[in-house]
Design a protein around this ligand. Structure first.
Ligand code: PEP
Ligand code: MN
Length: 326
């Protein structure tokens, strides 16, 4: 913890601060540095609770916490890479593929089988779609659960589905192996808690324009409330302004290093363009991504949602082959 004194803070205020620190954070070790204090904490988990009291004391200009103090679980970096329901332990890239949403049984099952043959290790199986427009296709909802269960039986692949509401979590967790928290819900803390409690592996996307810290804090929620297995996924900022990177690969690499968790890249939502998605996928893997979450199907041209950014199974297969050779 770093505390910066106000320029006009006198000795009385500095002493009062030391007293408050000793009371609020017993066992902490403050050391004077020019302009303030560096405090070594015995229990970083309590620091977040104490911070508002400390920064409110006269004489204090600012109090800040390191990533490790703010997110002790997410920044533990000591996680053993798991092998189930997806195998990250071999450190080979992992591919989760499928259409943006489940739209209809026959086409979904055909794509699922074709993607398995082409090398997918898990299926995108979205039944609820959080859409920016209330007029856009919202996903089939619960009727799609039967379809994805069939796909699981048919392919033997684990299912990744997005949960958009706390009331969906329990039922989705019965069928699905990995619950996805989408970019729009990265800051939905009640949803994070409920999803963590389900006991399923969680895939957490970075929210649009979210900082590394905000992403780590959401990961911290999941770990604190019971998620034993967590996957992060960088999906870009969606702004696509000229000159802005489609994926933030620096931030992705930093998240990997700080957390030790597997970090995937989503070149589909980042590029919103299938002619760019495959090359972006390669770029992300070269930058260290542990795998991809990619939209792929047999018929992107007729999709009700995100067809423009969905690659064909052929492209997916080609991508898989290139990566196998890397
Ligand atoms: C998705 O992966 O289906 C999705 C909706 O992506 P995002 O949350 O990144 O927009
Ligand atoms: Mn999509």
């Amino acid at each position: 913890m770093r505390i910066i004194f106000k320029k006009n803070a006198g000795e009385t205020e500095r002493k009062a601060l030391l007293k408050a620190l000793a009371q609020a954070l017993p066992g902490c070790v403050p050391a004077r540095v020019p302009g303030g204090l560096v405090v070594t904490l015995s229990s970083p988990a309590r620091a977040g609770e104490t911070l508002p009291r400390l920064e409110n004391l006269p004489g204090v200009a600012a109090v800040s916490l390191s990533d490790q103090e703010l997110c002790p679980l997410a920044c533990a970096a000591g996680y053993k890479l798991f092998s189930k329901p997806l195998d990250f332990s071999s450190r080979k890239p992992v591919f989760i593929a499928g259409p943006c949403a489940v739209e209809e049984e026959e086409s979904y099952l055909a794509s699922a089988l074709a993607l398995k043959t082409a090398g997918a290790q898990a299926l995108r199986a979205a039944v609820f779609k959080p859409r920016s427009s209330p007029y856009a296709f919202q996903g089939l909802g619960w009727p799609a659960l039967k379809i994805i269960a069939k796909a699981k039986k048919l392919t033997g692949l684990p299912l990744v589905t997005e949960t958009t509401d706390t009331r969906q979590v329990e039922r989705l967790a019965e069928t699905c192996d990995i619950l996805q928290i989408g970019a729009r819900n990265m800051r939905n803390y009640e949803l994070l808690k409920e999803t963590a409690r389900s006991g399923r592996t969680v895939l957490l996307k970075r929210g649009m324009r979210a900082t590394l810290r905000e992403w780590l804090l959401s990961a911290e929620y999941l770990l604190k409330f019971g998620a034993a297995k967590l996957i992060l996924c960088e999906r870009g900022d969606s702004a696509n302004l000229p000159g802005t990177p489609l994926l933030d690969l620096r931030l992705m690499a930093a998240a990997r290093k700080l957390t030790g968790l597997p970090v995937l890249a989503d070149p589909s939502h980042a590029s919103r363009d299938r002619s760019v998605a495959a090359s972006l996928a390669l770029k992300a893997l070269r930058a260290g991504a542990d795998g991809l979450l990619i939209e792929a199907s047999l018929s992107p041209e007729t999709a009700r949602v995100d067809g423009r950014q969905t690659v064909t199974v052929e492209t997916f297969r080609a991508l898989r082959t290139i990566i196998n050779r890397l």
